[in-house]
Design a protein around this ligand. Structure first.
Ligand code: KG4
Ligand code: ZN
Length: 341
């Protein structure tokens, strides 16, 4: 039995979790700062790092208490090293180093996106490999091949905005608050997704990359042209806004699924994984399941609590990395631009 403590502070969630053998979640504590950043329509880095500092102690305590283990009982401490906001990452990295030093535990650095991928393995156990993983969040939109546990090969990524970022920016433009994804998901339900025709062009070079800045601009131009006013705080979104966000969501989901299907046709995986915060999107989940049926491939999507940022996924990725021999010493530093694959 191996117990790994995971710590995650890359963006605006302060999270700690204890996972047994990379499979059993003993605790999973997430303190979200979403309400704090909502008035600004996005994460304010200085506010985020300050609140990580305040939340880290209580979140760690809660994770250890919920799991019913002491620091001495841990086998390793895994922490998100990057990518993310440097001031936020540093809080988690310092906390992990302190625990590792005081309790003499191995320190395992984890790439945040590897965490998102491992959330699927944490939730579903055995997944046929090689898997093709689409990681869609506020900071990333990437396609990875997972040839074996703990190995990740980058096949394609966004050239500009991440898909979640596009959701957040469109929501901000329309006065819908932060994070925008869940609001748009809810408002789009039952609305006319053919009201506005948005298309996301394929990149000319036939690469597996994505691009979402064009659609954000198209929404902005549409809003200006039609004179659509932002929704007042706490106000109800009118039909014109609901139809607009439904049309936007339809185009984004179509582009994501198109990229996934094309990569599957090229790389012939044995399974599909959909993960990251945007994988909470109902339409994206449905369309990915449908694409999997079309391709004859099983689809693995983590449950909602494991798709958005959490530390159980970091503990799970840490467990895999630890077994593969990954170790860091106390010189470990946060790396806001850390690469994977
Ligand atoms: O993975 P995550 O929690 O943090 C990052 O690593 O970025 O993802 C957060 C992103 C935000 O952009 C948020 O708007 C988006 O995930 N998101 C959604 C939904 N829930 C969260 N996007 C679309 N539909 C949702 N239901
Ligand atoms: Zn994330």
């Amino acid at each position: 039995m191996a117990l790994v403590l995971g710590i995650e502070t890359s963006c605006d969630e302060t999270a700690a979790a204890v996972v047994e053998d990379g499979r059993r979640v003993l605790s999973n504590v997430v303190a979200s700062q979403a309400a704090l950043h909502s008035p600004y329509g996005g994460v304010v880095p200085e506010l985020a790092s300050r609140h990580h500092l305040e939340a880290m102690g209580p979140v760690l305590e809660a994770a250890m208490r919920d799991a019913g283990v002491g620091f001495a009982g841990l086998d390793a401490v895994a922490v998100t090293q990057g990518p993310g906001l440097v001031g936020s990452l540093l809080v988690g990295v310092q906390a992990a180093k302190a625990i590792a030093l005081v309790h003499g535990k191995p320190l395992v650095p984890v790439h945040h996106v590897a965490g998102h991928v491992e959330a699927a393995f944490l939730a579903h156990g055995e997944i046929p490999l090689p898997a093709l993983a689409l990681v869609v969040s506020g900071g990333h939109t990437s396609l990875y091949s997972v040839p074996e546990r703990g190995a990740y090969a980058l096949l394609g990524r966004t050239r500009d905005d991440a898909a979640g970022e596009a959701f957040d920016k469109v929501a901000k433009l329309l006065g819908l608050g932060y994070p925008g994804g869940p609001v748009i998901d809810r408002l789009a339900h039952g609305a006319n997704d053919e009201a506005v025709s948005f298309t996301i062009a394929r990149l000319k070079d036939r690469s597996a990359d994505f691009s979402f800045s064009g659609i954000k601009t198209a929404v902005l131009l549409h809003v200006k042209r039609e004179g659509i006013a932002p929704v007042a705080p706490g106000g109800e979104a009118p039909e014109v806004v609901r139809d607009l966000v439904a049309s936007f969501q339809r185009a984004v989901v179509a582009a994501l699924v198109r990229g996934l299907v094309r990569a599957a046709e090229t790389h012939r995986p044995r399974s599909l994984v959909l993960t990251g915060g945007v994988a909470a999107n109902a339409r994206l989940r449905e369309e990915t399941e449908r694409a999997g049926r079309g391709l004859g491939l099983p689809v693995f999507i983590p449950p909602l609590a494991l798709t958005t940022d959490n530390a159980a996924m970091i503990a799970a990725a840490g467990h895999v990395a630890w077994r593969r021999g990954a170790r860091a010493d106390l010189s470990l530093n946060a790396d806001p631009h850390l690469r994977l694959g």
